[in-house]
Design a protein around this ligand. Structure first.
Ligand code: UFG
Length: 329
């Protein structure tokens, strides 16, 4: 039996594929390579280049492989871009998922692990955020991810397709073996942008606002290592294989770091002064986002192994230092 990973050439997808392979799973990857990288995909996985919105392509993948379950990453994931181009997000994210679940229903595949996001919550009423918190997404990105979760809920009821939705907080870090890591064009995430300074690719880091109601005035986020996220997908798969019912889990470390704290840790890791300058707030940034991950730890028995942000930044730095141009494609 085979696990189909959509978006398996992307950042979190490729780390999950590596982890699946290392645990002896048979893996098929589907990716249109719009944001993913062919060389990020483990050579032990069978690779199909194509788009999940293409029903005949997807049917061929399901027909040629004995798919037991799907891990679904393929989606657009930039909050800002989703606000300026919502139709792209409804098309790629929602229609893509509609097409995928249609193929699953048609081929009798009834398990899916889904890559969701803290952006489904919007500005939280309280932190840490629990899964029962209200969902009020503030961008088409968060809105389409929430709509995808709702689509799974109805398809569970109607067709018995069981799902686990994993709502990630701030994914970061790279594989400890240094072979795969984060490579987005353009890059918008804090840690890789900070590391561009010691790489000589930018002069300084801009801090988006220092007048938030936090101790040092900068935004607080919950940074979680990509290998811990990968591990959670395998546990979610085991949970579905054991016949459990559909559910939603937050994935974060439960600890928050401010932008200034992250920059300071990056200075320690790289030994570079990393100049920083305060710039205006970025639209739509909540002051504090911290996950309660107690449910994933209890129910999935998830135990994040990278609970030190300095170590997390070290794994990212090892990757970027050795691959200053990312995958170079
Ligand atoms: N930041 C800066 N300067 C930069 C880049 C980021 O100060 O050059 C700040 C942001 O304002 C924010 C923090 O660093 O306060 C983290 O920003 P990221 O862009 O790395 O991450 P976000 O918290 O904005 O986004 C993450 C995920 C999204 C998800 C979102 C909401 O990457 O997929 O959380 O939950 F939608």
């Amino acid at each position: 039996m085979t696990i189909l990973v959509t978006g398996g050439a992307g950042y979190i997808g490729s780390h999950t594929v590596a982890e699946l392979i290392s645990r002896g799973e048979n893996v098929v990857v589907v990716d249109n390579l719009v944001t993913g990288h062919r060389s990020a995909v483990s050579a032990a996985a069978r690779f199909y280049e194509g788009d999940i919105r293409d029903a005949s392509f997807l049917n061929r993948v399901f027909a040629e492989n004995e798919i037991e379950a799907v891990i679904h990453f393929a989606a657009s994931s930039l909050v800002g871009e989703s606000v300026s181009n919502p139709l792209k997000y409804y098309d790629n994210n929602l229609l893509g998922t509609f097409s995928l679940v249609s193929a699953m229903a048609g081929h009798g595949v009834n398990k899916i692990v889904f890559s969701s996001t803290a952006a489904t919550y919007g500005e939280p009423e309280r932190v840490p955020i629990e899964e029962t918190a209200p969902t009020r997404p503030e961008s088409p990105y968060g809105e389409t991810k929430l709509a995808m979760e709702n689509l799974f809920r109805w398809c569970d009821q109607a067709y018995g397709i069981k799902f686990v939705s994993l709502r990630y907080f701030n994914a970061c870090g790279a594989h400890p073996d240094g072979t795969i890591g984060e490579d987005h064009t353009p890059e918008s995430h804090l840690i890789p942008i900070i590391l561009q300074v010691p790489l000589g690719q930018r002069e300084q880091i801009g801090i988006f606002g220092d007048d938030y109601r936090t101790e040092d005035g900068t935004c607080i986020r919950d940074y979680i290592h990509v290998m811990d996220l990968a591990d959670a997908h395998l546990l979610a798969l085991a949970y579905l294989r054991a016949g459990n019912s559909s559910d939603i889990f937050n994935l974060g470390s439960g600890t928050g770091f401010s932008v200034k704290q992250v920059i300071e840790l990056a200075r320690e890791v790289t030994g570079h002064p990393i100049p920083a300058a305060v710039s205006p707030r970025r639209a739509g940034d909540p002051a504090v986002l911290i996950a309660s991950s107690g449910k994933a730890q209890q129910v999935l028995e998830w135990k994040p192994r990278y609970n030190d942000l300095k170590t997390i930044i070290e794994t990212a730095w090892n990757w970027h230092k050795e691959h200053p141009q990312g995958y170079g494609d």
